[in-house]
Structure formats: C-alpha cells, structure tokens
Design a protein around this ligand. Sequence first.
Ligand SMILES: Cc1cc2nc3c(=O)[nH]c(=O)nc-3n(C[C@H](O)[C@H](O)[C@H](O)COP(=O)(O)OP(=O)(O)OC[C@H]3O[C@@H](n4cnc5c(N)ncnc54)[C@H](O)[C@@H]3O)c2cc1C
Length: 266
Amino acid sequence: MTTVETYRTLDEASRAMGGDTAYLGGGTLVMRAVNEGTAPARLIRVTDPGLTQIRASGDRITIGAGVTMADVLANRDLDFLHPVARLIGGPQVRNMATVAGNLFAAHPYGDFAAALLALDAQVTGAGQSGTRPVAEVLRNRDRAGLISAVEVTRPRDRRAFGFLKVSRVKPKGVSVLSIAVHLPRDGGRIRNARVVFGAMGPTPLRSSGAERALEGHAIDARSIADAAAAATEGLDPPTDQIASGWYRREVAGVHLKRLLTEMEQR
Ligand SMILES: Cc1cc2nc3c(=O)[nH]c(=O)nc-3n(C[C@H](O)[C@H](O)[C@H](O)COP(=O)(O)OP(=O)(O)OC[C@H]3O[C@@H](n4cnc5c(N)ncnc54)[C@H](O)[C@@H]3O)c2cc1C
C-alpha cells in the first residue's frame, strides 16, 4: 500500500526522503505508477505556496518547482515558453504537470526540460543557496535531490528561441522528437548556440554537431544545411512504441532545418 506524507517545506520533505519514497509533484506520472501498483511505499508532498510562484526580475525569471504548464501559459513573463507548455499533454495534464516533474520524466517525455536546457536554465535545490546548471541535473537525475525552482533568462528577441515538437497524434501526442533552439546573436553572428533534442536519448541532449555548424555564423541557407547534416552526430536515439531509433535519426535533421528556416523568416 502507498501512503502519502505532507510537509510544509521542501527542507522537511528532503529530510523525510530515503528508502522506498518518491516526491509527488503534479502526480501525472507518479499517480500512474500508483494505479499500476509500481509506486514506492511512501509518497512525499509539500504545501509551501512558494513552490508555485513565478517571479520576474528584469530578464531573469524564477519559476517555482510546482508551477504547472497551465500556470506557465497564464503568465506573460513566460510568453517565450508558451509554445512549449502548450504542446505538453492535453488540458488535464497541463493543469497538473509541473516544471520540476518534467526534468525527471523518462523518455520520451521531457519537452519542457529540452527548452530549459536550450536556455541554459539554472536549478535551485532544497536547502541549497546556489544554483547549478540544468544540464547537471539532467545528467544525474538519480542524485539530483529535491528541486525548489528553475531560473531562466528571457531570450533577447523573439527570433532567438524556437521550439518544435514532432508527434504522430495531434495535438497532444507524445514526442517522436522535440527540438529547442536558442541562438543569441551578436552583430548578426550566432554566439553560444544551443540546439537540444528531446526524445533522442534518455534525457534531452544537446546536439554538438548542429551547435558547431551554427556557432559564429549568420542563420542562412548554408549554416542551416550544415546544422541539419550534423544534427544527430553523437546521438543514439532509442526505439520505443512511438518510433524507431532509425526513424528518429532519419528525420531529426529535416525537422531541425524546418525550425531554423522558420526562425530565420520571423
Ligand atoms: C497522458 C499524458 C501525456 C503526457 N504528455 C507529455 C508531453 O507531451 N510532454 C512531456 O514532456 N511530458 C508529458 N507527460 C509526462 C508528464 O505529465 C510531464 O513530464 C510532467 O511535467 C511531469 O510533472 P509532474 O509534476 O506531473 O510529475 P510527477 O508525476 O509528480 O513526478 C514525476 C517525477 O518527477 C519527480 N519530481 C517531481 N517534482 C520534483 C521536485 N520538485 N524535485 C525533485 N523531483 C521531483 C517525482 O519524484 C517523479 O520521479 C505526459 C503524461 C501523461 C500522463
């Protein structure tokens, strides 16, 4: 039998974790495990209202771990993330699915996490004063601990950030793959290119080939073609019920080209 324990703060919850426990965010995945009889014996939840807050300070925005996709969509400061949140599940899922939970959602989920990785988001953990890169959390999910918030910087202009999700069932199908791209420009040249694929590995992953092809260049037909050609370098996409690894590899570059072309034309 599964029991649920409620704590006031994340620190208290953190101390209660251990053994056969799981943290309960919005529960879209954890409650599925409960229904399937595969959930841990103890579920830990927190009522701290701070976890559901979104705070903007200039271009820097702090998103509480318990902020849902519906909350993201209702917040103007996060308008650049609306195209991402809008494509996560259906309305019921978006009402419950949290930003922190998305960081821990197993393949092929993690569309929002892909966007956070492309934006070089920083993550705050329970009982920690500093932040750590979201990439680190995604690399060590088993040892990441409880997350209290995620910080992102608003992209400089609307052409700099793009997101595309490829799914078989529209509008709320699971990802064949998703792509999040952040291309800050300096004098027309791309600096610190980020190209991230979701569902192309166990967690969202950066495409080093595409980033290399774009870095220091303008977005034009040539750099777009080079990025598309190098898109899957070093990636080993898995096969699941949605698509084979072979298919994912075949179409990744084509979809990256579409997204970059659309961003260039904005
Ligand atoms: C029908 C359906 C459709 C879906 N569609 C999509 C989709 O299109 N795209 C997509 O990306 N995902 C999708 N999902 C997966 C899921 O809903 C999302 O990934 C969601 O963001 C997970 O958040 P949650 O709060 O519900 O997680 P929960 O189920 O509460 O938790 C998931 C995991 O995250 C951990 N966790 C949660 N919060 C924290 C925290 N603060 N600190 C540390 N660990 C934490 C939990 O312990 C658990 O291991 C779908 C799920 C369903 C059921």
